[in-house]
Design a protein around this ligand. Sequence first.
Ligand code: ZN
Length: 167
Amino acid sequence: MDFKGRQTQKCPRCGGKALLSQTKCPCCGLSFSKLEVATNKAASERYKNHERNAIVFVKKTPIDLKKWKLILFGTLFGLFGAHYFYTRRWWWAILYLLGFALLSVCVVFNGYLVGVAGGALIDALAFFVGVYGICWIFDMIRICFGKFKIPVSLPKQSDVVVLEEQK
Ligand SMILES: [Zn+2]
C-alpha cells in the first residue's frame, strides 16, 4: 500500500502502518474500534491466564482507567510505582518498590555504609537510585504527553472474528 502523503496510524499490536481512515490493521487484522472497548482489567485477566498474545499496549487511556488518576498517583506516589500498580503492570511496580527500598537504604544508612565500605559502595548504590529517579521522571513526562503505554485486552469473541475476517 502507498502511504505517501497520507495520514497514517501505527498499529499498537504489530507496529504496522495503517491509514488513518482504515478501521483494521492491514498487517495483523486488529480491529481498531475494538480498542475503544478494550479494558485494562481484561488485560490483567489475560495475563493471569497466560494469554499474553491477547494483550495490546495502547497509549490512549482505556475506558476503565482515568488519566487524571494516573497523573495524580504518578505524581504523589510514583516513587512507589503507583502508576504501574494502577495500570496493572506488576513487574514494573515491583521494580519501583525495590528502587524505593534502595533509596531508603541509601538515605537511612548513608553514614553507616560509608563507614563500613567506604564511598565506593554508596556511589554504586547512588547510581542505581539515580537511574530509578530518572525512570520516574521520564514516566511522568510520558504520562503527561499521552505516551505512557497501558496494557489492554479485547473480548475473546472479537479476536476470533478478527482472525476469521483475515482469511
Ligand atoms: Zn497490526
